[in-house]
Write a protein that binds this ligand. Sequence first.
Ligand SMILES: [Zn+2]
Length: 423
Amino acid sequence: MQELSCVPDFRKRKEYAIGELLMGGLGMFLFRQDSRNEINNKRREAGFSKSFERCFGTRLAHGDSIADVLCRLNPDSLEEVKMNLMAGLFEQKFLRKHRLLDKYYPLAVDATGVVSFDHRHCPQCLTRTSKNGQTTYFHYVLEAKLVTSDGLCLSLASEWIENPNGEFEKQDCERKAFARLAAKLKKHYPRLPVCILADGLYPYEGAFDICQGNGWKYIFVLKDNTLKSVQEDLVLPRRRSPKKSCYHVKGGLRIASQYRFENGLAYKKRKVNWIECVEARTRDMPRERRPAKEKDTETHCFGYLTNLEVEGGNVIALAAGGRLRWKIENEGFNTQKRGGYELEHKFCRTSLNGLKNYYTLLQIAHALNQFVERSGVVREQLKTHSKETVKNIWRMLVAYMIFACEQEHFSSRNGNGIPPAPA
Ligand SMILES: [Zn+2]
């Protein structure tokens, strides 16, 4: 709340303080209300507004007043608040246990679609025209999220992929946005030891340069059809390089993994290191009980390029680090789209500022909720009731917010918490 109150106020008429309005916007996502209408409905319940005020020390403003301020607020101010909150987490050091090789914070970088329209929404929309001549207008954002093996996924910085306001030759794209995102990350987390995890779009000269220039480590997915010269050099190592095997059972599957690696492959002026993991997965049950169509064993191959020195002792940890990249899609984008945050909902149809500010509030709320979900009370509830879900716990929380004050009202009248009997 304190951080939200520090956002510069640009308004002349003020019924609510800026911190109150921003807290209201944040509240919509904290309580997983999937639209402005939903939070307005809750606001009409006297109990909810009262509990909100008691919880956060601020009044809950009407959704329209909140939207009005979010449409006019410079999105950089809220992004700054988010980055300051995240920088604070690193200072408290409890994220240290999630570092790769006890040294590097794993940062997944990837883009996702936020909204799309069948008409031009603003001058900066990206556009795509299909074969039948229909044009779609949309907004994408590039995210750098801290990802951990136990499922934390926290937005450290966001960069919008959008066209400039004015004339341009080529549309903006993920690679161009990555250069801007990297500059932002370096500025706000200058000494953070980072390992960038990214998909098959990232093994290219520019990304290697950016990581090297910032002193960052990287693990990028290597697809079969990228970086021809590296692929040619891999013919021999694929057959002869050191091999390490491991075997484990997970989610009803028996998984046998074989790792190969090679350091110092030449790519233009630089050297890159290569890791490959071939996984054979077999359902952990006798053949006769498995579905008839199911293959005995399914094989999957994952290739990575990295600037971390690979050796027998760390190859398994590095390949696991590379695969953490998936968390940005599952725990990150999917949860924000389908886990009650409605990332793709058009919270603001007319203003680009509004769209970006709602997005940033969603990122902050999702981060805070992840810590609440990891708290003792919620964990205990999930452990005790096997069919309980986080979504349902939040539904109960909202119900509690509505009725808690009423309950106290009755308690103070007849002292036993039971509503008085009808006359
Ligand atoms: Zn637009």
